[in-house]
Design a protein around this ligand. Structure first.
Ligand SMILES: [Zn+2]
Length: 267
């Protein structure tokens, strides 16, 4: 293996349709992504809400069959989940994990919090439910984190004397410090994303990119301009990003494999 290789982790957040567009065909968005990933021969990590696993069990099983990782993205994407106490967080996560396992046939070991809102109690709840990694932290002042950008690499979160969890932060672009993905990617565009990738790769940070099925479903109206802007060209832009990552020599890897690789190196 190449010395100190660059890694690219493509992640897909399978949220329920937004309240403003309850009829949005999330399943069609997922199918388009699967097709594109197949054509580009990449494996990714799908953070799935339990309610969407329940709604589309066959499709989620296809995601798994295609070789992608199934991870957890909460029960129903409640924006208030970080306000729950530890006991409730533990049981909520137990239910979400079980539902995903029942509907998809695989238990998730990775987690991403709705709206990237993560706190200490959630991390403890993940540990208590046997999770290996979390991928919710964003190193950006806009996301209440002042950690130095160049440390945007996986790290251990100590839970108790012997217990730990691995955190895989979502990559940030230092030029306008927002996470590289989702609506930021649609609004700021390919050049902005590529510049962010370049700086991260310079620091040998793995690039953790995220997208939603809804980002690639063509929409011409919505509650705000950024909820639909550039949805018509997002899939093509995403292909460009994948090509760019390939050109830089980055290795595409699932988040769980990056976690294992990191743990193996560090332990
Ligand atoms: Zn989400």
């Amino acid at each position: 293996m190449k010395h100190n290789p660059l890694y690219f982790v493509m992640t897909v957040d399978v949220d329920p349709p937004p309240p403003s567009a309850p009829d949005l065909k999330i399943d069609e968005g997922i199918l388009s992504l699967l097709q594109m990933f197949k054509e580009n021969e990449i494996k990714s990590t799908f953070f799935v809400t339990a309610v969407m696993a329940e709604k589309f069990p066959d499709l989620m099983r296809k995601v798994k069959r295609d070789g992608h990782e199934i991870a957890c993205h909460d029960l129903d994407h409640s924006p208030m989940v970080d306000k729950l106490n530890l006991t409730r967080l533990v049981s909520r996560l137990r239910i979400a994990t079980q539902l995903i396992e029942d509907y998809v046939g695989v238990r998730p070991y990775g987690y991403r919090a709705p709206l990237f809102k993560i706190n200490r109690n959630q991390l403890v709840a993940l540990y208590k439910n046997g999770y290996i990694y979390d991928s919710s932290i964003i190193f950006s002042p806009f996301f209440r984190s002042l950690r130095v950008f160049s440390f945007s690499k996986p790290f251990f979160v100590s839970i108790n004397k012997n217990g730990w969890l691995i955190e895989i932060p979502v990559s940030t672009n230092p030029i306008m410090p927002f996470p590289i993905g989702g609506a930021y990617f649609r609004v700021f565009g390919e050049k902005w994303a590529k510049a962010g990738m370049k700086v991260n790769f310079l620091f040998k940070n793995p690039l953790i990119f995220y997208i939603h099925p809804k980002d690639i479903i063509v929409q011409t109206s919505g509650p705000s301009w950024y909820s639909y802007k550039n949805t018509s060209k997002c899939l093509d832009s995403l292909k460009e990003i994948i090509n760019y990552a390939k050109k830089t020599g980055a290795i595409f890897i699932k988040a769980i494999d990056l976690a294992y690789l990191f743990a193996k190196i560090k332990i």
